[in-house]
Design a binder for this molecule. Sequence first.
Ligand SMILES: [Zn+2]
Length: 351
Amino acid sequence: MNIQAMEAARGGGLSRREAMGLLGAGVLSATALGQGATATAPAAPASAPEAERIAFENSGVYRRRVGSIEVFAIDDGSSFMDGSPFPLWGSDAGKEKVDAALRRDLLPTLGTRFYFQVTLIRAAGMTVLVDLGNGTGQGPAGGKLMARLAQIGVRPEQIDAVVLSHLHPDHLGGLRVGGGVSGALAFDKAKYYLHKAEHDFWTRAGVADIKGQIPDAFKDNMLKGAKGVLEGIKGKVELIDGVHQLGGGVRIEPLPGHTPGHCVVRVDGTSERLLVMADAVHHSSLSFRDPSMRVEFDVDPAEGATRRAAFVKQAADDGTLCLGYHMPFPAIGRVARDGDGYRWVPEGWRW
Ligand SMILES: [Zn+2]
């Protein structure tokens, strides 16, 4: 999914109200922390920026052991779109169906929050990142990956491998230090993994090859962004073709649909397994209630819908434990059948 294009297309973005909401949440958490601390020592009231810093330092990273493997969901931030997700979602199904799905999940029909979760995997002495977040280019609500890694004591040079699930900008913004389009790579010791089909598509594609109903200017930006990333990782990227074993129970698997070379990462901790499903689905309600609903951010919406429907059915049949890039934090759960469709069932936190 391309959040920048979506927000611009809908005239949305992080509203002042939303930004204030974030600040408010920060102050509230800091107050609670301060009260807890008074049992041993009086806590000085934190300034608003300091309160926000404290709040973020105490949230946004969740560790889930998967057998012998450690998996971290890392919240890179979220953004907000005013208005209805229709027709970016469900232009073929109709607004009524989109609204009905949202209502069934007790979500507002106007206004959508988007979530961005990077995954960190530690297995057999190897540290792997799956995707890189929005980078700092998305304003105050995005680009938290580097700070979150510091929170859990992971230095950028300790990242051995970066798996790029696909080349959409909301997964790549964190590629470079500072989040810009040029400059040093944020993880310059890492080897990058990308499917050959994804590399080839974005290398050769023009605006007409991106078939969803989004403005050409955004398609053009998407193309430029993807090409910039390919330039940045030149000499450091391994193009995979088919299933690729990273080792330690971690493997990359092609799951085309959202884009031609979209990949997922399967984590096998022997006693338990988890699927980092990236953008196999993009919305915690709409992608499940009717996974065959057209989504304009799929490179080929017809193909995307067919593949997504097959994926969701399979995940429900198998009871697969999944971590989704666009699911609400900590983004780990399973798919259940519900009526004619399915629903996303978040897993309870494990302390
Ligand atoms: Zn996405």
